[in-house]
Design a protein around this ligand. Structure first.
Ligand code: 13P
Length: 254
């Protein structure tokens, strides 16, 4: 059985005070209301990570992650943050290849493969994001696009390394739009990703890897999405910025 993950990607939202407040609320609610086996991950902006990691230590269900990292551990890269620094801030996870970074920061699969290496080298788990645009889906290219993103970003890893990875399928057309992929559409892509993992790594390994869905996950659609055979939780944006809606989504995973 794969333990489900519900991760909140706060993107560029919440100042420091608001971030601490949201974390305290979520930690309290998770401790009081969530009994089942689920991992909750908070992914705030870098400069809140240290304090938020410390605040979440009161709950064995909650950990933290960063939204991105640089491929090098240190050096003359003004404005960048390394995976080593993310690890030192108490994180367990680091996103790689969110569609907003692919789009606004020109992150390619080959650069992302190096980010995944840097993340793993620092004993963090990558949450590797993939997903097609609306144009690509309409042209029925989504399986090709997602297949290349997953293969080029992850398939250089050995068995031990791939087992530390989490994959997030986030159709670009569902992010922040209120248009969620149907459960059938999401499950179809998740099954495709798991089949690709099986072809490369074998069924024993593929069946252990968590694949999350992201894109307009809300309290009223979370349970149905997370109950699909190959959907192991969610990567939540907008609805993760409010404690009640986020924890209600977490409930959909238990
Ligand atoms: P929304 O939940 O706001 O659609 O964002 C999804 C996302 O991009 C999470 O990484």
């Amino acid at each position: 059985m794969r333990t489900k993950i519900v991760a909140g990607n706060w993107k560029m939202n919440k100042n420091f005070h608001e971030g601490l407040e949201l974390t305290s609320e979520i930690t309290g609610m998770v401790n009081d209301e969530i009994n089942g086996n689920v991992e909750v991950v908070l992914i705030p902006t870098y400069i809140h990570l240290n304090a938020i990691s410390q605040l979440t230590q009161g709950s064995n269900k909650i950990s933290t992650g960063a939204q991105n990292c640089h491929i090098e551990n240190s050096g003359a890269y003004t404005g960048e943050i390394s995976a080593a620094m993310v690890a030192a801030a108490g994180c367990k996870y680091c996103l790689a290849g969110h569609s907003e970074r692919r789009l606004f920061n020109n992150e390619t699969n080959s650069v992302l493969a190096k980010k995944v290496d840097a993340i793993l080298a620092n004993n963090l788990s990558p949450i590797y994001c993939c997903g097609e645009t609306l144009e690509e889906r309409n042209a029925e290219k989504h399986f090709d696009i997602i297949g290349s993103q997953v293969k080029e970003g992850l398939f250089h890893l050995n068995n031990e390394q791939i087992l530390k990875c989490v994959i997030a399928y986030e159709p670009v057309w569902a992010i922040g739009t209120g248009v969620t992929a149907s459960t059938a559409q999401a499950q179809e892509v998740h099954a495709y990703i798991r089949t690709s993992l099986t072809e490369k790594y074998g069924i024993d390994i593929a069946s252990q890897i968590r694949i999350l869905y992201g894109g307009s996950v809300k309290p009223d659609n979370a349970k149905e999405l997370f109950s699909q055979a190959d959907i192991d939780g969610g990567l939540v944006g907008g609805a993760a910025l409010q404690s009640r809606s986020f924890v209600d989504i977490v409930k959909g995973a238990v």
